[in-house]
Write a protein that binds this ligand. Structure first.
Ligand code: PEP
Ligand code: MN
Length: 234
């Protein structure tokens, strides 16, 4: 699963989608509703962003994963998305989880940055208890004292989850690392410990990205990543 942090324009989304498709991505990611730490940062294009994602699906055939940030926009997101993302900041937003549990779409549930594995699994239960059993878990880094990265990627989460749950687990090395230089090695690690997939941020012009440019891979780096993990996954 690959794409920009946020949908910025139709041209930006289609450019990046063509790149990731060419190198073998199955799912295009991109936020239309963005849960930003600062209220003064770019908040996403909202429904306009969702319409752009629909065009991306029509043109490339890629599936779409995009975030619903609360119970008031999930209904709209659900119309456009193939997979609905529930972000780290919302892992314990129980009204959103319950609503996601009544959706017909699969849910990508990201681990909160201060959540234990047990808490992540219980959040998945909130979704499944409402009837939606199609949940994909996502390890995206947790907050520790380490300051060399944005978050600390907890690779031990993957075998731990696999021990007790049948749910698929994907790894997001981008939000863990915060720096694109670390995304390829962390992805290799994720595949090696048994992740079922990876979710990475890619941008054709990361220096001018409206969010998370520092951790977004250049097109050539995404090509390298795909070559390397295909080999490892086999
Ligand atoms: C994202 O996927 O762009 C995102 C905001 O991730 P997280 O919820 O893990 O911070
Ligand atoms: Mn992001």
């Amino acid at each position: 699963m690959a794409g920009p942090c946020a949908i910025e324009s139709e041209e930006q989304a289609l450019t990046i989608a063509r790149i990731v498709k060419r190198h073998g991505a199955q799912v295009f990611r991109g936020g239309a509703f963005k849960p930003r730490t600062s209220p003064y940062s770019f908040q996403g294009l909202g429904e306009d962003g969702l319409r752009i994602l629909k065009k991306v699906r029509e043109e490339t055939g890629l599936l779409i994963v995009t975030e619903a940030t609360d119970h008031t926009n999930i209904e709209l997101v659900e119309e456009y998305a193939d997979i609905i993302q529930v972000g780290a900041r919302n892992m314990q937003n129980y009204s959103l989880l319950r609503r996601a549990g009544r959706s017909a779409k699969p849910i990508l549930l990201k681990r909160g940055f201060a959540a234990t594995i047990e808490e992540l699994l219980m959040s998945a239960e909130y979704i499944m208890a409402e009837g939606n059993t199609r949940v994909i878990l996502c390890e995206r880094g947790i907050r520790t004292f380490a300051d060399n990265t944005r978050n600390t990627l907890d690779l031990s989460a993957i075998p731990s989850i696999k021990e007790v749950s049948h749910l698929p687990v994907v790894v997001d090395p981008s939000h863990a690392a915060g720096r694109r230089e670390y995304v390829i090695p962390l992805s290799r690690g994720a595949i090696a410990v048994g992740a079922d997939g990876i979710l990475v941020e890619v941008h054709h012009d990361p220096l001018h990205a409206l969010s998370d440019g520092r951790q977004s891979l250049y097109a050539e780096q995404f090509a390298t990543l795909m070559k390397e993990i295909k080999f490892l996954a086999r």
